[in-house]
Design a protein around this ligand. Structure first.
Ligand code: PMP
Ligand code: GLN
Length: 385
């Protein structure tokens, strides 16, 4: 006999299964090359993998302190100082989290009250709006300007109300590959100056900027940092997205509140990877070489696609490049992404999935964090369209 379960009044009634899950499931069902969900199809950093294995066999298998393994926090603080000239406190201003998304979610949960407004930019990484809604807050959506995907700062100024509690930015940007310039950061700083608005900065692609462009971390701007939760992911740095380990950097007062949420949620994160990263992070070359490694992949893919009928938009960072396809099809992006997975065996992500109302500029996102042969075979198929 089956017993009825109580009905749930959904916290997220409009939210569907993530596009990453949908497209990866379809790719595996049809045996397609997966340029959709953003993850490398090549091995992670071998030295780091060996250090993690050693940590397990050496007995580092119990809880670390709630905020994370202190030597790892110290290594992060050194890296932050080296790259951004900001000496943050490992004791009070860094917390290790189970991935970058968790850091972002915890930051939202730390600061939001029901009815608060959060300004975000669409196309937006798909976790932001559900994170805001589940906290009873209101997403205020502004559009990045197609096709450059730049922020219109006048619109930001105009969108601020007494209820604005936070702004979330993401540079290098997923899905568009655009990045924020120093001028953007200074404009944001002046807009927020004197307000009570928090900034959440999703910087999981910090090491992935191309063509000599620099990443303008919030950590470089002390006045901005004073109101910020800056979120990172190790998965993107060492090609181990499945490790789901990241961290948040915030001023001590903000971090104190962040930890109140974190300590009764994750409490602490997987120990062996933290032991390994504490050591490995000291080698700056490993993360500093990532941009040129990934830029070569971007250029290989774009080179092999030069005779295709896709029109590629610039990608200055992240491991994604977007393209329009008006010479190929008039289908909506989601339909086309599904169709191409089935018909030519190449999965992509429709950028329309990053707009809450499905706004469609008919753009597909391609992940180029793949083996060269994967990119070559995918391009061969795509060029036939
Ligand atoms: N933010 C952005 C923009 C991302 O692309 C991702 C993706 N992986 C994340 C956050 C989440 O990172 P993590 O897997 O460490 O949770
Ligand atoms: N960040 C990855 C992407 O944009 C996916 C992460 C996930 O599947 N949640 O493709």
């Amino acid at each position: 006999m089956t017993h009825p379960s109580p009905a749930i009044q959904s916290r997220l009634p409009q939210t569907e299964t993530s596009i990453f899950t949908v497209m990866s499931a379809l790719a595996s069902e049809f045996g397609a090359i997966n340029l959709g969900q953003g993850f490398p199809d090549f091995d992670m950093d071998k030295q780091l993998a060996a250090l993690a294995a050693k940590a397990i066999s050496s007995g580092y298998n119990q809880y670390v302190p709630m905020a994370g393994w202190m030597p790892l926090r110290e290594s992060i603080a050194q890296k932050v100082n080296l790259l951004y000239g900001n000496m943050v406190s490992p004791a009070d201003e860094i917390t290790i989290t189970p991935g970058g998304s968790y850091a972002i979610y915890t930051a939202f949960t730390t600061i939001l009250q029901p009815g608060d407004e959060v300004i975000l930019f669409e196309p937006a990484y798909d976790s932001y709006i559900p994170n805001i809604l589940v906290n009873g807050a209101v997403p205020v959506k502004l559009k990045l300007e197609f096709p450059d995907y730049a922020i219109n700062w006048e619109e930001v100024r105009a969108a601020i109300t007494p209820k604005t509690r936070a702004i979330i930015i993401n540079s290098p940007n997923n899905p568009t590959g655009s990045i924020l310039s120093d001028a953007d950061m200074l404009t944001l700083q002046s807009i927020l100056s004197g307000t009570q608005i928090f900034l959440i900065s999703d910087e999981v692609y910090e090491h992935l900027t191309f063509d000599g462009l620099k990443h303008n971390s919030v950590l470089k701007y002390p006045e901005l940092f004073a109101r910020s939760f800056v979120c990172f992911s190790f998965g993107k740095v060492y090609n181990c997205t499945g490790w789901k380990l990241g961290y948040c950097v915030a001023p001590a007062k903000l971090m104190g509140e962040f930890r109140k949420i974190h300590q009764f949620d994750a409490f602490c994160c997987f120990t062996p990877t933290q032991i390994a990263l504490a050591e490995h992070l000291k080698q700056a070359e490993a993360y500093l070489s990532l941009a040129s490694f990934m830029q070569k992949k971007r250029d290989l893919f774009l080179g092999n696609m030069k005779d295709s009928r896709f029109s590629f938009l610039p990608s200055s960072g992240s491991y994604f490049v977007c393209a329009t396809y008006e010479q190929i099809s008039s289908m909506p992006a989601k339909e086309l992404a599904i169709e191409l997975t089935k018909s030519i065996g190449v999965a992509t992500i429709p950028v329309s999935a990053f707009y809450q109302n499905g706004h469609d500029d008919k753009v597909l996102r391609f992940c180029f964090a793949k083996k060269d042969e994967t990119l070559e075979t995918a391009a061969e198929r795509l060029c036939k369209l």
